[in-house]
Ligand binder design. Sequence first.
Ligand SMILES: [Zn+2]
Length: 295
Amino acid sequence: MTKKTQSVRRVQAREAEFKCPLCGGPMTVREASSLVCENRHTFDFAKQGYLNFAPHAQAGGYTKPLFEARRRIIAESGLYAPLHDKLAEAVAAYGPGAGGPAMIADVGCGEGSHLAMILRRRGDPDAGAIGVDLARDAVQMAAAAYEGPIWLVGDLANLPFRDGTFGVLLNLLSPANYREFGRVLAPGGLLLKAVPRAGYLRELREALFGGRERERYANDATVARFERQMRLLDVVRVRHARTLGREALRDLARMTPLAWSADPARAEAFAARETAEVTVDVDLLIGRNGPPGRP
Ligand SMILES: [Zn+2]
């Protein structure tokens, strides 16, 4: 069975959960090639197996080599493994509850490796999973690398799903749209958002900017925004360091937008090191879709 056929079948099994992003109407799979609404707005399956809801989207600056570097760092270097452990633990501990939807979505999934690594840690790999991103090259790579989830190109501000479809949303090191997240999450559904702290990739930023960079990683405002929309259950700090070899350091320098504004000679010097310690330091915001504030 081709990737496209597999994807068509997965979407067909869940077509009642989709809604047209243009008119809001119900959608059905047609001729094993498109998802079509009652007003004939049509979104095609790509041959690589993803579904494209934003065929004209541009992903400025983000290129295939960047996403390939990101995949190797996330799926192979182990740099983010403790974060994936913590995310899988939080999903198991906080939701979804019995009777609610089990569907999990990663909104802003990039090339899909965070979602894939978290699903591997879950006891229930058959529960439905969806990855959404606006960057077509990234979603194409996700569909090629990871077979379980439904992958789609779409706009986080206008997700093609009915209200209350998801039991869990992941939003990892990526911008949020809380209004839309609250709409597609079931009542009581779980939102897990990872935001960087001051120490996040500290060694890379020091190498690139030599301490001249403004401190940009205070999370108070992010937590306050989260609390205005969701019931905040907990904020968990996940902090660890890994020693990376030269290949991984090169990938790290390549995958992050930080490097775009840095002196290329500094980026090259960082990537030429034999090994270096690299720190991941994030706040994991754990919230429920319900009355804002704290329980
Ligand atoms: Zn429509």
